[in-house]
Design a protein around this ligand. Structure first.
Ligand code: B12
Ligand code: SF4
Length: 467
């Protein structure tokens, strides 16, 4: 049996010098989730391999005689995902299966482009599905859905997997080793799944659930070691930075402490960044451990800079707490990257400038700004779906895609551009070179050009937005 995994790219890989420096224009980091599933399958089916359009073209000749083709994607890559799935169904004899967050939460839509849609996480249902297909049996068990006469037949969500101790085999991804010299590709490790919170707009908590499930500290450390080795062995790579991508690493405090101690005890000398809610900024013991383990940056899902917006979307935060938390993290010698949403129902014209002022005032040393969007399956979507401008999913990557309450879509896009322009001004670039440490000089320079490319895309979209 021959199995191929394919990760569609929002902007499929194209050979260009820009790939070395500019990250978002050509999304570069391959999916850890799909790589995890390929690793599980490879243990039973030797002829298993993966292509990610983040880093290479798909070898269509190789994929064309596969027995099963699995495609996995998030919302921003859904249009390309469906295009590839349709192509494979037309031009190969393979059974085409879609999975991942977007197909799982939009099964009715996804089932129109596939033989099967896999719901939820897939780790424990993928091998039973392969066996059923091999035996020409209907996979009528939890976690599988398909379309029959235009209607969705769904077997329901599967139980979330508990044993997550799988180290993704990076060698299974075509050309990955060759591409790790690029600065825009970095090692990633995902150590836990699930979050106890309930933010209205969050698709992740719908997909992974409230129950926090963790990998053993040893397995996490082994993955970190392997990942660092994969990136540095026989490769020149000056930048050392590994991203722990968990949505709420600190939700299980005891486990988080065990993982940090395991990193320290392992003697790994590397630089890490990690996603975090603001509460960790009040946990001095955790901050000290993070610093000792080599963490230099906390990526904080701040989202809004006004308490009214937090209340509207049930995000348990206050601006006062966030600012105090940032100060304490900085006091412990780490920097903060802010992840923000613009365009809440409480925001008005001028929110772009206000966001930039907040970032500058609090010395936030990196940002990701996203215009508000609502993903099917979330409470925010149910309450606001009639306000979405379209379902061109490839534009759900920072652009305005909804009608904000207090400004027009065009105006919101301008606010996003304004925030980015103020934060990443030439004046601030020069200032970074005078006053920041070497790591942040380099980071700010990279982000300066990255935001330049983001703004150029945001400007292109302006003509399509209602004024
Ligand atoms: C790493 C990451 C990135 C990386 C790489 C993405 C990649 N190739 O995977 C980079 C930095 C490039 C990135 C960029 C962006 N990202 Co991002 N990113 C993440 C992050 C933090 C971790 C992804 C991860 O490793 N997850 C862990 C693995 C285990 O989960 P998984 O991939 O979902 O896979 C599991 C299951 O879903 C399932 N599965 C997956 N595929 C398949 C396929 C089959 C067939 C089956 C059966 C099962 C299956 O099995 C896996 C194991 O159980 C997620 C948050 C998150 N927790 O997922 C956000 C996330 C994916 N990003 C998000 C966003 C919005 C973006 C940006 C648009 C941000 C921006 N404004 O620029 C950009 C998109 C850029 C573009 N080109 O358009 C959103 C997407 C929301 C959505 N509805 O899709 C997320 C969910 C964050 C959030 N808080 O909402 N991102
Ligand atoms: S805290 Fe983060 S991961 Fe948890 S529900 Fe809210 S947005 Fe989602």
């Amino acid at each position: 049996m021959k199995i191929r995994f394919v990760e569609p790219g929002n902007r499929p890989y194209k050979k260009t010098i820009l790939n070395y420096f500019v990250y978002d224009r050509y999304i570069r980091t391959p999916s850890v989730g799909l790589n995890t599933l390929a690793t599980i399958v490879k243990k039973e089916i030797p002829d298993t391999y993966m292509y990610s359009e983040a880093i290479s073209k798909i070898d269509m000749k190789d994929v064309s005689d596969a027995d099963i083709i699995f495609l996995g994607f998030f919302t921003f890559a859904a249009i390309r995902g469906y295009e590839l799935a349709d192509y494979f169904r037309r031009n190969t004899k393979a059974t085409v299966v879609l999975g991942g967050l977007h197909p799982s939460m939009n099964a009715v839509e996804a089932a129109e482009h596939a033989d099967y849609v896999m719901l939820g996480e897939g780790d424990e249902t993928i091998l039973p599905l392969i066996r059923a297909i091999a035996e020409h049996k209907r996979p009528d068990f939890k976690g599988i859905a398909w379309s029959e006469n235009g209607e969705l037949v769904s077997m329901g969500m599967p139980e979330p997997p508990i044993n997550l101790d799988i180290i993704p085999d990076r060698k299974l991804i075509h050309n990955y080793k060759k591409m790790v010299g690029h600065l825009t590709i970095w090692p990633q490790v995902h150590a836990s799944r699930g979050c106890p919170h309930n933010c209205d707009y969050c698709a992740l908590v719908k997909h992974f659930g409230h129950r926090v499930r963790t990998r053993t500290p040893k397995n996490v450390v082994d993955d970190i070691k392997y990942s660092i080795d994969f990136f540095h062995k026989n490769r020149f790579r000056p930048v050392k930075d590994l991203w722990i991508t968990d949505d709420n690493f600190f939700a299980d405090r005891k486990w988080a402490i065990d993982v940090l101690n395991a990193i320290i005890d392992s003697g790994i000398k590397y630089r890490f960044n990690i996603q975090a809610r603001y509460e960790v900024g009040f946990d001095d013991e955790m901050l000290e451990l993070l610093k000792r383990a080599g963490f230099f940056e906390l990526d904080m899902g701040i989202e809004f800079i006004d308490d009214e917006s937090f209340a509207t979307y049930h995000k348990k935060s206050t601006v006062e707490d966030i600012e105090a938390s940032i100060k304490n993290i900085q006091k412990h010698g780490m920097s903060v990257r802010g992840l923000f949403i613009l365009g809440s129902d409480n925001q008005k014209k001028g929110c772009g400038k206000a966001l930039a002022d907040f970032v500058i005032k609090n010395h936030i040393q990196g940002t990701l700004i996203q215009c508000m969007y609502f993903v099917p399956g979330t409470p925010a979507y149910e309450n606001n779906k009639d306000r979405l401008l379209h379902e061109s999913w490839d534009k759900y990557n920072g652009n305005t895609v909804h009608r904000p309450k207090n400004m027009s879509p065009y105006e919101l896009q301008l606010e996003h551009i304004e925030a980015s322009k103020r934060i990443y001004s030439v004046k601030r670039l020069l200032k970074a070179w005078i006053s920041e440490d070497m790591v942040h000089k380099v980071l700010f320079t990279g982000e300066f050009f990255w935001h330049w490319s983001i703004r150029s895309d945001l400007k292109k979209e302006l003509k399509n937005l209602p004024r």
